[in-house]
Design a protein around this ligand. Structure first.
Ligand code: WT7
Length: 650
């Protein structure tokens, strides 16, 4: 990481376009501008009011205990059951017949699961887990495709106070076993397999192999999804038998507000994965409030769809805990956006009348590349809020999203947060904020985020530096599982009394926040720190470019030189003149300092399984080195294709 950049980040990109909410939207919005004032007047009282959105069995004594920073405790003394807040209370309020999940399997099979049905299944699953010897505090690893049982498994764990650790279904044997070992899990819940890209993809054999080195695991609970042949061991139990045969009644017991809810491992590219620990009361408060505020959810009428996988924090906070605590009706889709055809997402939006869509920039740029004509074939007029998360969204991708998916009128909310923050921290409010393409804009009410220089001093508007969080927040990580020291070293050692998120950011002249990517990706060109994100956004603003990844390659003259890898839109063709034009376009947009030394056209980019570009590997190509560790790539053959494509083009 660039611990001491010579200069704060250059502030290159500027954006003039803004889109205020329509008066009709503002009029019926869940949250108004008053929320900012209320939170500013008394931050803890604000969060206390949000906690009242939930049902507590016992009230708290203190809103925040920050006596031993940075180890926070929220709503101390309070007790609640997280699953009961997501299910029982809705059913008790007469909403049992509301659809909780419209499930769409990749092969086209569908299921509508109501809140009453979900509660029934979760109660049985809770009883089944207890029958299998799982007690409060025991860890359960979940390794599943995107099927309703994944949510059932999480909620059943929450119900009995057994922290879950969901491992993304695409992870390998070693990634799975190291997480099971670190968590010391007693039980694994998996499926035989899931459907992906038109084929059944087995999961159970990966579990079997992983368990060869996981002595803590006593039982494996296996959901039948694909029905494919998988090996069977003495410790294996069929979900259908155990859950189907379990008692239907289950009284949810309340747990302490600080009872561990889940551990989620961040897929660090190097070193041992970090088990991010989230607890119950504060986490659910912020997940629930932000889902209500940022997406303006009207549970009676909205159909919400978050396209993330349950294996990422987005799936935890914005498929399971946020939406379900709010009684939302949502779509859950098992497969990929191009199976069986590239219009699948829009077909699903049309079919279910999706009103709120939450997806990632990597998906949006892929849709841009596939062409405008594909979404144009579907009726997307039900949509009324569009969200983005996971990476900085380039202004042109933002505009494309608003125009081609949102019909030119739907508010786009760019939400910044992390596995560690547990819930959204920075985002526009769709009924309040005049949105600005590419900017996540303002910390949410009750959140204190800042951009600071190397000394930890707040930078003025127009300045750039490091994104930090100045005050504890309810859904903050409590520690790294089993490693308090690493928690301190990783997040709290850079700036005194502040959480450092690892991201670079700037404040524009209006004070709006722009995320500039991870600081380890930031380039140093002739003594200037330049953000990869800004150069990428400049490239994507050229009509021929769908996606760009930029790296700093060592350069004898400038320290680092900017090398850009670009994917072209639709049918665009390249030529030496075109590449020169792209370089000139960046220079014109951002200034000569940001002009790429080289632009390389590629067909694909290396991405992690959660869709983040792995610039480290592109740097290896730009510096003509042996390519480094590719194990965390979604497709680990992509680097050899990029390399051979380059050689063919030489
Ligand atoms: C990192 C956290 C939060 C859920 C998904 C990712 C990047 C995330 C944005 C955004 C710019 C973003 C940051 C952050 N990031 N959202 N709206 N704008 N960057 O969770 O895997 O823990 O990754 O994702 O670099 O630190 P995660």
């Amino acid at each position: 990481m660039a611990d001491t950049p010579q200069e704060t980040l250059a502030n290159l990109l500027s954006e003039e376009r803004t889109f205020p909410p329509s008066p009709e939207f503002s009029k019926s919005a869940n949250v108004t501008a008053a929320a900012y004032d209320e939170a500013a007047a008394d931050r803890l009282a604000f969060w206390e009011r949000q906690a009242r959105r939930l049902d507590w069995s016992k009230d708290w004594d203190r809103v925040l205990d920050w006596d031993d920073p940075p180890f926070a405790k929220w709503f101390t003394g309070g007790e609640l059951n997280v699953a009961a807040n997501c299910l029982d209370r809705h059913v008790a309020n007469g909403l049992g017949d509301r659809v909780a999940i419209h499930f769409e399997g990749e092969p086209g099979d569908t299921r509508a699961v109501t809140y009453a049905e979900l509660l029934d299944e979760v109660k049985r699953a809770a009883n089944a887990l207890t029958d299998l010897g799982v007690e409060a505090g025991d860890r359960v690893v979940i390794y599943m495709p995107m099927i309703p049982e994944a949510a059932v498994a999480m909620l059943a764990c929450a119900r009995i106070g057994a922290p879950h650790s969901v491992v993304f279904g695409g992870f390998s044997v070693s990634a799975l076993s190291s997480r099971i070992q670190d968590a010391g899990a007693k039980l694994v819940i998996c499926a035989d397999g899931g459907f992906r890209k038109g084929r059944p993809l087995a999961l159970k054999p990966t579990v079997d192999e992983a368990l060869e080195s996981c002595p803590s695991v006593e039982k494996v609970l296996v959901v039948t999804r694909t029905g494919q042949d998988v090996g069977w061991n003495d410790r294996d139990v069929k979900w259908e038998d155990a859950v189907g045969g379990a008692a239907a009644e289950h009284e949810a017991q309340a747990f302490d507000a600080e009872h561990p809810l889940f551990i989620l491992y961040t897929s660090g590219t190097t070193g041992k994965p970090k088990g991010i620990l989230h607890t119950s009361g504060g986490y659910l408060t912020q997940a629930s409030y932000t889902h209500h505020a940022v997406f303006d959810l009207k549970p009676e009428t909205d159909v919400y769809w978050c396209t993330a996988d349950i294996g990422w924090v987005t799936g935890h906070s914005y498929i399971v805990y946020g939406p379900m605590s709010n009684g939302a009706t949502q779509v859950m889709y098992e497969g990929t956006p191009d199976t069986p055809h590239t219009g699948r997402f829009w077909e699903i939006v049309q079919k279910y009348g999706v009103t709120i869509l939450y997806t990632a920039p990597t998906a949006i740029r892929t849709f841009m590349k596939w062409g405008d004509d594909i979404p144009a074939r579907y009726d997307l007029s039900s949509l009324r809020v569009l969200g983005s998360v996971g990476e900085p969204i380039n202004p042109e991708a933002w505009i494309w999203y608003r125009e081609h998916i949102g019909g030119g009128s739907v508010p786009v909310v760019d939400t910044w947060w992390q596995t560690e923050t547990g819930a959204i921290m920075v985002s526009p409010l769709p009924g309040v904020t005049a949105t600005k393409p590419g900017s996540a804009q303002r910390p949410l009410p009750g959140i204190n985020v800042d951009v600071v220089d190397e000394q930890g001093e707040s930078v003025p508007n127009g300045g750039g530096g490091f994104l930090t969080i100045r005050e504890p927040w309810p859904s903050m990580l409590r520690t790294i599982w089993g490693d308090d020291q690493r928690f301190l070293d990783t997040y709290w050692a850079h700036f005194d009394g502040m959480y450092f998120a690892g991201d670079g950011a700037k404040k524009d002249d209006d004070g709006d926040l722009w995320l500039l990517g991870r600081v380890d990706d930031i380039m140093l060109v002739s003594g200037h720190n330049i953000s990869t994100t800004e150069v990428e956004s400049a490239l994507v603003s050229h009509e021929t470019v769908a996606e760009a990844a930029v790296v700093g390659a060592s350069d004898p003259v400038t320290g680092q030189g900017i090398v850009a890898f670009v994917i072209l839109r639709g049918q665009a063709e390249s030529s030496p003149e075109h590449l020169a034009e792209l370089r000139a376009h960046v220079a014109k947009t951002l200034g000569p300092i940001a002009k790429p030394r080289q632009v390389i056209v590629v067909a694909e980019l290396p991405k992690t399984r959660s869709g983040k570009i792995m610039r480290r590997l592109l740097r290896d190509i730009a510096e003509d080195r042996e390519i480094g560790d590719v194990t965390t790539l979604a497709d680990n053959t992509v680097m050899s294709r990029i390399k051979s494509g380059l050689q063919a083009g030489k």
